[in-house]
Write a protein that binds this ligand. Sequence first.
Ligand code: NI
Length: 277
Amino acid sequence: MPAAIDRAPTVTVTPEQIAFFRENGYLTVESITTPEEVRALQAVYDRIFAQRAGREEGGQFDLGGSDEEGKPAVLPQILNPLKHAPELGEIQARVNARAIAKQLLGPECDGGGSHAILKPAGYGAPTPWHQDEAYWDPSKEYCSLSVWIPFQDATVENGCLWFVPGSHRLAILPHHRINNDPRVHGLELDDFEKHTAGAVPCPIPAGGATFHRNSTLHYAGPNRSDGARRALIFGFGLPAKPRTEPRRFPWQEVNETPRQKRRAEWQAKEKSIPGKK
Ligand code: NI
């Protein structure tokens, strides 16, 4: 986890925005950073995707497809991009995102993971309806949020986020692997039409942000524009607690992703290097 940054936030949210987030489970903020920072971040972002950073260790993969070597990824994702570009952790956008997360969930709220999802120009696939918690350890209780920051305007055409207002009050609903393919990392909500009738699109300018809870239902459309749709996501939350009532996420138990295989091979190789654990 990157160290907390000793810099003052430049954006905060109003009591009305906090009330909206508590009621609806999501919030949009028009700007959490400057156009200069957005431009600098675009270049860093494009570099780590072009370098396929993290590919060998299973940290870069196709979220929406079977992730075969030599096949262009329809929805490339990098987990923990800060590992490959530490400058992403030191940005004003993150300082502001963290400060707003504390306003929304309380002062104990702090940083967790980060990831980057790219929708390539013209063919970036949709991110199906899901709840983020469906990806996580089912034995824990979460109170967290994700901050989604686009590095160009996010529109309905290029794949902005959509949310179902009030869905953060739902339990985690059944999900399955995209196309029911055990090689695909990405998850999709079962019978999504049943739960998503009231969904609202949230287009935002470059350098704006959306905030959503761990159980809020959300989706992003395909990229039908002629430019890349770049988004960086930061997680913040209270420390996860063990759950009192056990539960199972059966969709996690079928996992034949090439990413898992690459990760296992990479870990075995790391272990075999003298002096490394
Ligand atoms: Ni998500």
